[in-house]
Design a binder for this molecule. Structure first.
Ligand code: SAM
Length: 457
C-alpha cells in the first residue's frame, strides 16, 4: 500500500489516514462489490501520488481595484519568462515551470540550510526562503554563499541549529544564494527575523521563484485557480449584500470586492482575532472599501432578536443576504505538495459537525432566491459530497445548481471534474458538483452551489 503522504515522510499514521479515506469512500458509496473496491483503491493511489507532487504552474490573481493585468504581467516578466494570461479570466496570470531543456543546478552542495516543512512547500511552489522558515544554518556561512536548501519533515531540527543537520527525513528542495547572516536570524537581540533568507535559483519542482518586491502593493497575490473560480461561481453583483462567513485571510473576500467593482456591501466574518487584524491590512492594501470585517463566530451569526438593525453588525436577521460564500474550515488535505501532514483521523472527523453548523446558519441568513456557495480545500468525501447530501435532505427547499452550467452562463469554461457518486446523491446531483483532483494541475478543492427556493407549503 503506498504511503498517503510524501514518500519520505516518517509519520506512522500515514497509512491510517489512507485507510480512513478508503473506509469513508466505501461507506459513502455504499453497495460495494469487487469492482467498486478496486476502483476506490486505484482512485486513492492516484490521488495520493498527485497530492505528493507539486503543481506545474503557479497562479496569480490581479487585483483590478489597484492595477490592470497588463501592468502586473509587465512587473512579473521583469523576473520570470513563462508568463501567460487567460482570455476568460482577465484577473488570472499563470506562471509555468521551466521544461527539462533548461539546465538547473541540483548538485548537493557542502553548505546547507534547513527549513521547516511549511516553508519547504512554499519553496516548491515558487517562493524564496523567508527568514521565519529557517530552522538550521551552520556557523561560518557568509552572505552570498551558494547553499543547498532542505526541508525537515519531522520537526526535529530545532530553531537555531548550528551544525550540518543529518537525518533521513530531510528533503532536498534546490539551491540558492544566502542573503542573511546566522546572527541576523538567531542573534540574541533578534525578535522576529524577516525578509528573504535564501534567494532560490534552482528549485527541484522547476517552478521559478518571484520576489515579493516585484509586485506593487495590493496589485496581485498568489491564489490557487480553484479559489479564483470559487468567487466566480458566487457571481456577486455590484448592488448586492454578500456574506463571507469564514473570511480570513481574505483572499476570496478581496476577489469578491473586485468582482463587485468596489460597490455593494460585503460582510466578512472571521472567528480568530489575529487573523482579522491581518485581513484588515490586506483589505486596505487592496483598496477593497466595500468590506465590513467583524471578528465573530459565524455559527452564531443568526440573530435571535427579530428586527435587528443591519448596520449594527452581527448577528443578523434571517434572510439578510443576497449571496453567501461558505468557504469552511476543513481538513485541508487538498494542499499540494504534501511534504508532511501530522493530522490525525480524529481531527479529520472533527470538521463535519462544524461544517453542518455553519451551513445551517448560512441557509437561514440567505434570502429566498439567494445563492449559497459551499467550498473546501480538501479531498475527503464526508466534508464534500457528504455535506451536500446532508444539506439537500435537511433543507429540501435548497436547489443544487450545476457549477458547470453556472460558469457556462457567465461565458466561462468549466474547469474541474464532477463530484463523486455516493449513495446519498443522484448521478445528476454529483455532476452538478465541482471537484478539483488528479485531472487538474492545481490543489484539491470542492465547490457546490445552491439556490434557496421559495419553501413549498
Ligand atoms: N475564505 C478564506 C480565503 O479564501 O482567504 C479562507 C477561509 S479558511 C478555509 C477558513 C477560515 O474560517 C479560517 O480563517 C478560520 O479561522 C475561520 N473560522 C473557523 N471557524 C469559524 C467560525 N465558527 N466562524 C467564523 N470563522 C471561522
Amino acid at each position: 500500500m503506498p504511503l498517503y503522504l510524501y514518500p519520505k515522510s516518517p509519520f506512522k499514521h500515514n497509512s491510517e489516514i489512507r485507510a480512513e479515506l478508503q473506509n469513508e469512500m466505501l461507506r459513502l458509496i455504499g453497495h460495494v462489490d469487487d469492482t467498486v473496491f478496486n476502483d476506490v483503491q486505484a482512485r486513492l493511489d492516484c490521488l495520493c501520488s498527485w497530492l505528493c507532487s507539486t503543481p506545474k504552474t503557479t497562479t496569480f490573481r490581479v487585483n483590478n481595484l489597484v492595477a490592470d493585468t497588463e501592468t502586473v504581467v509587465k512587473e512579473i516578466t521583469k523576473e520570470l519568462s513563462q508568463v501567460r494570461t487567460n482570455r476568460y479570466f482577465p484577473e488570472l496570470i499563470v506562471v509555468s515551470c521551466c521544461d527539462t531543456t533548461v539546465e538547473l543546478n541540483f548538485q548537493y552542495l557542502p553548505k546547507e540550510i534547513i527549513v521547516d516543512s511549511i516553508c519547504g512547500t512554499a519553496v516548491l511552489r515558487g517562493a524564496h526562503v523567508f527568514a521565519p522558515g529557517v530552522m538550521g544554518i551552520p556557523q561560518g556561512l557568509q552572505v552570498g554563499d551558494t547553499v543547498s536548501v532542505y526541508a525537515d519533515l519531522t520537526g526535529d531540527c530545532k530553531k537555531g541549529f548550528n551544525k550540518r543537520y543529518v537525518s533521513p527525513y530531510k528533503v532536498f528542495l534546490g539551491n540558492g544564494v544566502l542573503r542573511i547572516t546566522r546572527n541576523a536570524l538567531f542573534g540574541a537581540t533578534v525578535k522576529s527575523p524577516s525578509g528573504i533568507a535564501v534567494f532560490m535559483t534552482d528549485v527541484v519542482s522547476r517552478l521559478p521563484s518571484l520576489s515579493d518586491s516585484v509586485l506593487s502593493k495590493g496589485s496581485a497575490l498568489l491564489q490557487n485557480l480553484p479559489s479564483i473560480i470559487c468567487s466566480r461561481v458566487l457571481n456577486p453583483l455590484s448592488d448586492e449584500i454578500i456574506l463571507d462567513m469564514c473570511a480570513a485571510p481574505g483572499n476570496k473576500t478581496t476577489h469578491i470586492s473586485d468582482l463587485m467593482k468596489g460597490s455593494g456591501t460585503i460582510v466578512a466574518l472571521e472567528k480568530i482575532k489575529s487573523k482579522v487584524e491581518r485581513m484588515r491590512i490586506q483589505c486596505n492594501e487592496f483598496r477593497a472599501t466595500n468590506i465590513q470585517i467583524f471578528c465573530f463566530d459565524s455559527t452564531k451569526a443568526v440573530s435571535e432578536v427579530k428586527e435587528k438593525i443591519f448596520s449594527n453588525g452581527p448577528p443578523y436577521n434571517a434572510e439578510s443576504f443576497d449571496r453567501i460564500l461558505l468557504d469552511v474550515p476543513c481538513s485541508a488535505l487538498g494542499q499540494r505538495p504534501q511534504l508532511t501532514n501530522p493530522i490525525t483521523v480524529a481531527q479529520i472527523n472533527s470538521y463535519v459537525p462544524l461544517q453542518r453548523k455553519l451551513f445551517s446558519a448560512a441557509v437561514q441568513l440567505l434570502k429566498f432566491g439567494g445563492v449559497l456557495v459551499y467550498s473546501t480545500c480538501t479531498i475527503t468525501v464526508g466534508e464534500n459530497e457528504g455535506i451536500v447530501s446532508w444539506a439537500l435532505r435537511t433543507y429540501p427547499y435548497l436547489r443544487l445548481e450545476s457549477v458547470r452550467k453556472n460558469l457556462c452562463s457567465l461565458g466561462l469554461p468549466h474547469i474541474g471534474a464532477s463530484g463523486m457518486e455516493i449513495s446519498g446523491l443522484t448521478s445528476e446531483e454529483s455532476k452538478n458538483l465541482c471537484r478539483f483532483g488528479v485531472e487538474s494541475d492545481s490543489v484539491g478543492f470542492f465547490i457546490a452551489c445552491f439556490v434557496k427556493t421559495i419553501a413549498e407549503t
